[in-house]
Ligand binder design. Structure first.
Ligand SMILES: [Zn+2]
Length: 217
């Protein structure tokens, strides 16, 4: 859920939302969203690793005592891309954020060979930032949620080469919004401008029927 939609659902329902992350096959490995730092914390019953470049990559979990006595997982690859954040001052623990399923997050490679994963969630955050003006408002939110289609837009992410990817979004946008989308996506991916000189990310706004594998947005 993007931050914009999180606010909409909170405003509409009056409820405070908290995100959790868990795997049905992994006992006692659920992470919960911290009210202090806003990121996910894993319980002390799992050992957490990130396999990637720097602080971002595939989440790997190992079960610790006492659950390791019942069902032992050693360096279990979750297939999910996570980013490790700063250490939380309140709980003295690392915070993590979920980026997306590895299979749905194409990566482009930067100057030093570092990959940047382009997650659907990051793209949705960027599209929210653009304020394209076709979101549902609060009054018809429940109908939109029931229909599982929050706007009329869909998008897909395609990798063109090792350093080149394109995001196709249905509908139209101005030249300025296109440019802003690219800058915002780099910022959302945690990549400083100019840090991916070999990589190129494009936004293309096209007819809906030109999008083969759409993510609803
Ligand atoms: Zn925290």
């Amino acid at each position: 859920m993007t931050s914009s939609w999180r606010k909409r659902v909170s405003d509409y329902s009056g409820a405070q939302l908290r995100i959790t992350y868990g795997l049905s096959e992994f006992c006692e490995g659920n992470a919960w969203e911290c009210p202090a730092c806003g990121f996910l914390h894993f319980p002390p019953t799992v050992y957490v690793e990130i396999d990637g470049f720097g602080t971002t990559g595939e989440l790997i979990l190992s079960s610790l005592f006492p659950f390791s006595q019942v069902q032992l997982f050693l360096r279990y690859r979750t297939g999910d891309i996570f980013r490790r954040r700063d250490k939380c001052l309140m709980y003295d623990d690392w915070g993590y954020s979920f980026l997306g399923r590895k299979d749905f997050c194409p990566s482009v490679v930067g100057e030093a060979g570092e990959p940047a994963w382009i997650s659907p969630l990051s793209v949705a955050e960027v599209l929210d930032t653009l304020d394209l003006g076709d979101h549902a408002d609060h009054r018809d939110l429940h109908l939109k949620v029931q229909a599982r289609n929050l706007t009329n837009r869909v998008f897909e992410i395609s990798k063109l080469s090792e350093s080149d990817a394109i995001v196709k979004v249905s509908g139209s946008a101005t030249e300025e919004q296109r440019s802003l989308a690219k800058d915002e996506l780099l910022r959302n991916l945690g990549v400083a401008a100019g840090a991916l000189p070999r990589a190129d990310l494009h936004f293309d706004f096209v007819r809906r029927d030109e999008i083969a594998n759409p993510f609803l947005y």
